[in-house]
Write a protein that binds this ligand. Structure first.
Ligand code: XIL
Length: 644
């Protein structure tokens, strides 16, 4: 910690929630050096290890340039990325041009891989002038509620701390009402904590609660992990809450009431108000019970009690919206209804959009991970794994514009793209779509050697695929790495080209784990036997097979003589049920258990399906507009329980 300038004791009186009053105090100094530096072991194996070093700017001004150092007892580094490494124990890492600036509230991470050299994977202390303690300018706190005292109170600050990370905004709920403080004092070492951690929060009420990304939820009293529902409210188990990074986590305060408003907001993208919590809770119950009761008329009554995920051991996934998208699964007007059907049925999420290229890497110098991080934290809290989609995709709106006209070293730029993203999420996602849709459609006149004539192919040829997998593996030694595409199940030239491509990759030692079949299919095309042959051909090569984006629309836009449904008739619903059963049963039949990468449906409920538009309505998913399980759900379940 590096507080060299005058240190103030600031005691803020804070009133929030139901007129419950907490007192706050923390240190503030004029310095802007306000980062924490941490080292984590991302993975280790027999002889090697992967480490990640993260520098987080908790201050109020940007950090421009950084150098950090560390020393191992035995370990030796063999490679590094996203920083310039020098020395050989001690090591020094210096920022690259594109990651030298760290804005307040943002983090930069870089990675190392190495040899354990006879020792265990070590966790050295990261040092450097940038690695100092929390400091914040007093201007970041509502001045009317802050009183400063002399520096003499530095070692005995009353500690009912509510102030969050230095970069956070203290909400308008702060009042100037003075209150008494608890007796525990912040030791001088507390000053080095980034944000005054929520575990140091105390209050007159003393009721255990969870600060979940800036929103207070009650702590569960009987639920031991994950989210629960007690006393008419959603609650979070203490063990789950405790996994939250500072400044979130278990806090003491006054009970959350339905009339309460938001507390200390720390992140605009993830903050919900407590009043929305109360609404959410009650509608969760309503939805759950309605699913259960209505299901008896349409599908098996096991919808609410059993759920698809409990029928098998491999992942059953669903694509979800998050971040700033409409219909986020995390919050918003439909989140409660979504969660009520998602939690019992699905064990894996794919972000429908927010982990695509332009979301994570909008310009060459900036990577934006907050929305994805929030979704992953939410998934973790509910025991849901993440399949990450996608590191490289030709789709015009998803190729960041800086990549389209890139004049520098394209391969080096793509390496940075893949490794920065994959290392950020390493350990947090189970699998990746490394490359999406590189193969050309049958009949594509612009195709080159069977590949789509994308900017990636133009710049690097086939090597763009190999390098993407190699770089992803270097940054994430554990996750399954998939090639993902559509119409590869139809047995045409594209399927042949897929098999040739993966054979070549295997021959060249490219680290591909499996193939994702998107499976945006029609009621009657392709045939089950064709789908089975394509999936079996991939499985026979020792690769995992994933059905990655399954949906079954009932209207066929490619055949003018096909029936046109303007609503989901009983007949269409029955056909769709059988089609879901058939596809899932085909998967169970031809993909050996050890090679099942999972089955993911592309959306939660019909209203939100990408295939349901105003001009071409459709009903492609498992849950209807009222979040009721459709016959399609039963077909899916029947497929899962079919032999073998
Ligand atoms: C779709 C999303 O669902 C839409 O919301 C978005 O407007 C376009 O992309 N294949 C893919 C997915 O790999 O990323 C696409 O997702 C659907 C087709």
């Amino acid at each position: 910690m590096n507080i060299t300038t005058k240190v103030f004791n600031v005691q803020a009186s804070v009133k929030y929630l139901n007129k419950c009053v907490l007192a706050a105090a923390t240190f503030f100094a004029a310095s802007s050096q306000a980062a924490t530096c941490s080292y984590s072991v991302v993975n280790d194996w027999n002889t090697g290890f992967q480490g990640s070093i993260t520098i987080t700017n908790n201050g109020t001004s940007a950090i421009n340039g950084w150098t950090v150092g560390w020393q191992y007892t035995a370990n030796k580094i063999t490679s590094s990325w996203n920083a310039t490494l020098s020395g050989s124990n001690p090591y020094t890492a210096t920022a690259l041009d594109w990651n030298k600036t760290i804005q307040p509230g943002q983090s930069v991470s870089f990675g190392v891989q190495g040899d354990k050299n006879g020792g265990a994977a070590e966790k050295p202390t990261i040092t450097g002038s940038v690695c100092s303690a929390v400091v914040s300018s007093a201007s970041s706190v509502a001045s009317s509620s802050v009183a400063t005292t002399s520096s003499s109170s530095k070692s005995s600050v009353a500690s009912s701390v509510v102030v969050s990370a230095a970069s956070s905004v203290v909400s308008s709920a702060i009042s100037s009402t003075p209150i008494s403080t608890s007796s525990s004092a912040l030791s001088s070492s507390s000053k080095s904590s980034v944000a005054l951690s929520s575990s140091s929060v105390s209050s007159a009420c003393g009721v255990s609660q969870c600060n979940w990304y800036g929103t207070l939820y009650p702590s569960c009293t009987t639920t031991t992990s994950g989210w629960g529902y007690e006393n008419g409210k959603s609650c979070i188990a203490t063990s789950t809450c405790a996994t939250q990074p500072a400044p979130y986590g278990v806090v003491e305060g006054c009970p959350v009431s339905s009339s309460s408003s938001s507390v200390v907001s720390t992140s605009s993208s993830s903050t919900k108000t407590s009043s929305s919590v109360a609404t959410t809770s009650s509608s969760v119950v309503a939805t759950s019970s309605s699913v259960k009761s209505s299901s008896s008329s349409s599908v098996a009554s096991s919808v609410a009690t059993t759920g698809l995920k409990s029928l098998v051991t491999f992942p059953i996934g669903v694509a979800v919206n998050a971040g700033n998208e409409n219909n986020s699964i995390l919050n918003g007007s439909t989140s409660a209804q979504q969660q009520a059907v998602v939690f019992p049925n699905f064990s894996q999420f794919t972000a429908g959009n927010i982990m695509k290229m332009s979301y994570l890497h909008p310009s060459e110098a900036s990577f934006t991970f907050t929305q994805a991080d929030d979704l992953i934290a939410f998934a973790n809290a509910h025991g849901i794994k993440m399949h990450a989609h996608t590191l490289i995709w030709h789709s015009d709106y998803q190729v960041p514009s800086f990549m389209k006209n890139y004049s520098g070293d394209f391969a080096a730029m793509m390496k940075t793209h893949v490794q920065t993203i994959a290392s950020h999420f390493s350990g947090k996602v189970s699998s990746w779509d490394v490359v999406n849709e590189a193969l050309a459609e049958d009949g594509d006149s612009t195709a080159v050697n069977g590949f789509r004539n994308s900017v990636f192919y133009q710049k690097m040829g086939l090597n763009f695929i190999d390098q993407a997998f190699i770089n992803a593996r270097a940054a994430d030694p554990v996750a399954d790495l998939f090639y993902n595409d559509f119409n590869i199940e139809n047995g045409g030239t594209k399927t042949t080209n897929l098999l040739a491509m993966v054979d070549g990759m295997k021959t060249r030692g490219v680290p591909i784990t499996g193939v994702g079949f998107q499976m945006h299919v029609l009621l009657d095309w392709p045939s089950a036997s064709t789908i089975e042959a394509a999936m079996k051909a991939v499985a026979d090569r020792g690769l995992k097979v994933k059905i990655s984006e399954l949906d079954v629309r009932v209207n066929n836009p490619y055949n003018s003589s096909a029936p046109v449904y303007t609503s989901l008739t009983a007949d269409a619903a029955a056909k769709q049920k059988e089609r879901y059963r058939q596809i899932v049963a085909s998967y169970m039949k031809v993909v050996p258990a050890a090679q099942r990468g999972g089955i993911t449906v592309w959306g939660v409920w019909d209203t939100d399906s990408w295939l349901n538009t105003a001009s071409a309505p459709d009903w492609p998913l498992l849950f209807d507009a009222n979040f009721q399980a459709k016959p399609a759900w039963q077909g899916f379940a029947d497929g899962l329980t079919s032999a073998p």
